[in-house]
Design a protein around this ligand. Structure first.
Ligand code: G3P
Ligand code: MG
Length: 250
C-alpha cells in the first residue's frame, strides 16, 4: 500500500507556511512530497506564497503582484509564526526547484489567475529538468489547460470544492490525472467512480488522523496535510497491522 502524504505548504503546522524552513522540516520528518502555492511577483517571477496579499504571512503590506522579487525578498516571512523563524524569506520557485528536486515530489499549485503564470513555471521546470519531480495543481481549470501543452508529461491535478459524478466526468473529459477535493466529501463510491474514469483521488483539508485513516480506506491515493510527521507515524501504524501471533508453541 502506498499512500502519498504531501506536506501542505511544508510542515505548516510547525513552521511558517511556504518557506524553506517549512519545506526543510517536512523533509526532516520524512515527507516525500511538498505542496507549495505559486504566484507571480510584479516583475514576473514565480514565488511561493499563498495569499494574494502579503499581510498575513509577512511583515509587509499590499498585493504580492505589486512587489518585485527584490521587494518580496526584503520582507520577513517567518516572524508572524514565531520569533525563531525571524528572517525567513518568501522563496522564489526556482530556489525550491534547486533545493528539493530529486529529494521530494513537488505539488506546485498555480494559485493566481495571471495568464503568464503557467509559462513562467514551465520555463523554470524545463530549465531545471524537474519535469519528473512535479505535479501541477490548481483550482483554476484554465491554468492547468494552459500548462498542459507546455509540460505534457507532467500530471495535472484539479482542485475542486465539491465531489460528485459531474466533477469526475468534467475532470476526465479535461484529461486531468487527479481530482482533489475536501477530505470530508471523499467516499469509497466516488473514489471507485473516479478510478473507473482513469482519475486518482487526492484529498485536501484533512482535519484529523482519523479522517486520514478513513481516506486511505476509501481508496484515495494521497492527501495534503499540515502535520506530515504525525500523519506518517499514524499511517505507518495503520499499515503495520496487528502484531503477528507467535509461532512458538509455548
Ligand atoms: O492541497 C490543496 C490545497 O493547497 C488547496 O488549498 O488554499 O491551501 O491552497 P489551499
Ligand atoms: Mg495550496
Amino acid at each position: 500500500m502506498t499512500f502519498l502524504l504531501i506536506a501542505h505548504r511544508g510542515a505548516s503546522a510547525e513552521a511558517p507556511e511556504n518557506t524553506l524552513a517549512a519545506f526543510d522540516l517536512a523533509l526532516e520528518q520524512g515527507a516525500k512530497a511538498l505542496e507549495l502555492d505559486v504566484r507571480l511577483s510584479a516583475d514576473g517571477v514565480p514565488v511561493a506564497i499563498h495569499d494574494a496579499t502579503v499581510e498575513r504571512t509577512t511583515d509587509g503590506h499590499g498585493p504580492v503582484a505589486g512587489h518585485t522579487l527584490a521587494q518580496l525578498k526584503a520582507l520577513d516571512a517567518g516572524s508572524w509564526f514565531g520569533p525563531r523563524f525571524a528572517g525567513e524569506r518568501v522563496p522564489a520557485l526556482e530556489e525550491v526547484l534547486v533545493r528539493y528536486r530529486g529529494k521530494a515530489r513537488l505539488q506546485i499549485e498555480l494559485k493566481s489567475e495571471e495568464v503568464e503564470l503557467p509559462a513562467g513555471v514551465a520555463a523554470l521546470v524545463r530549465q531545471h529538468k524537474a519535469e519528473h519531480d512535479i505535479i501541477l495543481s490548481s483550482f483554476i481549470k484554465a491554468q492547468l489547460e494552459r500548462a498542459r501543452p507546455l509540460l505534457p508529461e507532467v500530471p495535472l491535478a484539479w482542485l475542486v470544492r465539491r465531489f460528485n459524478n459531474e466533477v469526475i466526468q468534467e475532470a476526465a473529459e479535461a484529461g486531468f490525472q487527479s481530482c482533489c477535493q475536501p477530505a470530508a466529501l471523499v467516499t469509497a463510491e466516488l473514489v471507485r467512480e473516479a478510478k473507473a474514469r482513469g482519475l486518482t483521488v487526492v484529498a485536501w483539508g484533512v482535519r484529523s488522523v482519523e479522517e486520514l485513516g478513513r481516506l486511505v480506506g476509501c481508496g484515495a491515493v494521497a492527501a495534503t496535510v499540515d502535520w506530515p510527521d504525525r500523519a506518517r507515524k499514524n499511517i505507518e501504524r495503520k499499515f503495520a497491522g496487528p502484531a503477528r501471533p507467535s509461532t512458538r508453541s509455548g
